[in-house]
Design a protein around this ligand. Structure first.
Ligand SMILES: [Fe+2]
Length: 310
């Protein structure tokens, strides 16, 4: 029988004090919005469940995580989670996503949603090779007039969550959900991959913190130009606080971060490392980026503060 693993990050939920503020921010970012009851469902270009669900709350707060699993694994996951002492249950808000629900040992709600086995492989293994340039013909043309300027992210790639009990949380997520550690920023961040074979370097990550919280979510775009135009699009919409563009160290992806209305971040990314079954995880003591030179300090509150209530 195959190893039980989540396939990739399907989405996450945030409580926010003003749904309209959240809807305006994420639609400016390039997501499609749909009101459903008292929630806002936000979709990338990829079909399937909402990447982000906004729900009303007193303060911005991570509400839940959602991971994609192969449909035939759902029942096995239910048995496995029960054996670990974190059984599946039905919360009052279960209608916000289809699938199974359970809580990790620290109280975070997690949803497991079935994806058709065709779609179980992360889109990253099937999309065209990452490219830093456009691939458009370059002779006797005005490239600057041809580039797509309205950015609509392809798919949710990853999100990072603060957690207490960092080592224990890493062990739990690997055991419960079949994640594998792809790299660590030593003592600070564990990057986790889902699925098998060639896959994204990470679809989820745990940041060593005092309490649970949302740090950033990140959506895939095709090129460095899409990242640049995404940054411009947000700037023109009034969301001017950002960091980048740049290239990360661990995972090597190109990035631009925009500060969200509640102090956390959303990222556009492209060209992330893919890893295979041969990959060896390591602990690193590097800055999180290799350029630009004028980056803020990631590991202090300038970039990396948890503004959520305990
Ligand atoms: Fe990221």
């Amino acid at each position: 029988m195959h190893t039980l693993r989540i396939q990739h990050l399907a989405g996450y939920g945030l409580e926010v004090p003003d749904l309209q503020v959240g809807e305006d921010f994420y639609t400016a970012y390039g997501l499609r919005s749909q009101r459903q009851g008292d929630t806002v469902q936000l979709h990338s270009q990829q079909s399937g469940p909402a990447a982000i669900v906004l729900m009303p709350g007193a303060q911005k707060r991570l509400h839940h995580l959602s991971f994609a699993v192969q449909a035939q694994d759902l029942e096995r996951f239910a048995e496995h989670l029960k054996a670990l002492g974190t059984p599946t249950t039905t919360p009052a808000f279960a209608q916000v996503r289809e699938g199974l629900w359970f809580q990790d040992p620290w109280g975070t709600w997690i949803n497991l949603v079935a994806v058709p086995s065709k779609a179980a492989a992360p889109a990253s293994t099937t999309e065209s090779p990452p490219k830093g340039v456009t691939g458009l013909p370059r002779t006797d043309r005005h490239l600057w007039r041809e580039l797509p300027r309205q950015i609509r992210p392809n798919r949710l790639g990853h999100m990072l969550m603060y957690t207490p009990d960092w080592e224990k949380a890493e062990a739990y997520y690997c055991q419960a959900l079949g994640f594998r550690v792809s790299d660590r920023a030593a003592g600070k961040v564990a990057f986790l991959s889902g699925g098998e074979g060639v896959r994204d370097h990470h679809c989820f990550g745990l940041i060593n913190g005092t309490h649970r919280g949302f740090q950033h979510g990140s959506f895939h775009v095709d090129t460095i130009d899409d990242i640049g135009f995404g940054a411009l699009q947000m700037h023109q919409a009034g969301f001017k606080e950002g960091f980048g563009p740049g290239r990360h160290a661990l995972a090597s992806n190109l990035f631009y971060y925009v500060r969200d209305p509640w102090g956390s971040w959303i990222e556009y990314y492209a060209d992330m490392d893919k890893i295979s079954e041969d990959w060896q995880a390591k602990d690193w003591n590097e800055l999180p980026y290799i350029w630009p030179a004028w980056a803020p300090e990631f590991w202090t509150k300038e970039m990396n503060a948890n503004f959520e209530p305990r």
